[in-house]
Each structure stands twice: as C-alpha cells, then as structure tokens.
Design a binder for this molecule. Structure first.
Ligand code: 4NP
Length: 150
C-alpha cells in the first residue's frame, strides 16, 4: 500500500500528515509507504514551515528532515491513494489527470468532510495545533476503518 499526502505548498499540512502517518505505521508495524508533496512548486527543497516543525515536536514527532517537493504526473502515477487537504488540491489533481477514485480528502475520515484550513498565514500557534489534531484524528480513522488495511 502506498499513500501520498498532498497540500498546496508541502511545507505546512502535508508534511504533518506524512509525519503523523509514519509514526502510526511504525507504532503498528504496518507495511505502508507514505510520502507528501505539494501541487505548487513554491517550496521545493525547503524544510517544513518552522511552525509545523514545532507543533509536530510538541506531539513527539520529528518532521524537520522532510523536504518540499512538487507532485509529478509521471513520477507520482503509482500511488494507491492521493489524500488531499482541501477541495482546491482535489481540483488541481483532477485537472492534472490523476484518477478521481484514488483521490480522497482527508476530512472524509473524521472531520465532517471539511477542508484542513491552510495555516500559512496564521499569526499564532493555535491554528497549527488545530490543524495537527484534525489531521491526526483523520489519519487514525483512515488507518483504523475506511481504507481497511489493518
Ligand atoms: P501548505 O501551506 O499548503 O499546507 O504547505 C502553504 C504553504 C505555503 C503557501 C501556501 C500554503 N504559500 O503561499 O507559499
């Protein structure tokens, strides 16, 4: 099983999703590959946003070594699921030609199908804390029920 998490910049939300998922996979000894990327190429090669690094650290997860990358129509064709953070990501992926049935919004797994808000312009850490908890809740549900991989 291969799961790719996607947001706009690949520096705030999807690196958190990657870090949280990797932690879950390690803890439960699962054979699942995960990665994250952005629909944009704005932050290629950059580490995650300092605020995402800090919020992950607060919950015991180190995402400081991740590097931003942009999704590639060719290089990213073989993932089983494309888990996006919001409707714009979904639209972008569909426009790029990724198969609709493999694209799921993370909010489907426990956040009333809401978008994970883009926290990039937030002025305090509460928004990042909310985003972390929303993503973690959805990932737990995703692994435990919907995708039925356990
Ligand atoms: P992300 O957040 O999509 O969660 O990584 C953003 C990061 C950067 C920008 C927008 C959203 N930006 O405009 O550079």
């Amino acid at each position: 099983m291969k799961i790719l998490f996607i947001c706009l910049g690949n520096i705030c939300r999807s690196p958190l999703a990657e870090g949280i998922a990797k932690e879950y996979i390690k803890k439960h000894n699962l054979d699942i590959e995960v990665d994250s990327c952005g629909t944009s190429g704005w932050h290629i090669g950059e580490p995650p946003d300092r605020r995402s690094i800090n919020i992950a650290k607060k919950y015991g997860i180190d995402i400081s070594n991740l590097k931003g990358r942009q999704i590639s129509v060719y290089g990213d064709a073989d993932w089983d699921y494309y888990i996006v953070m919001d409707e714009n990501n979904k639209k972008d992926l569909i426009n790029m030609g990724f198969p609709k049935e493999k694209i799921k919004k993370i909010g489907e797994f426990g956040a009333n199908n809401d978008d994970v808000p883009d926290p990039y312009n937030y002025r305090d850490m509460q928004g990042f804390d909310n985003v972390f908890n929303m993503i973690q809740c959805c990932i737990n549900n995703m692994f435990e029920s919907e995708i039925k991989i356990i």
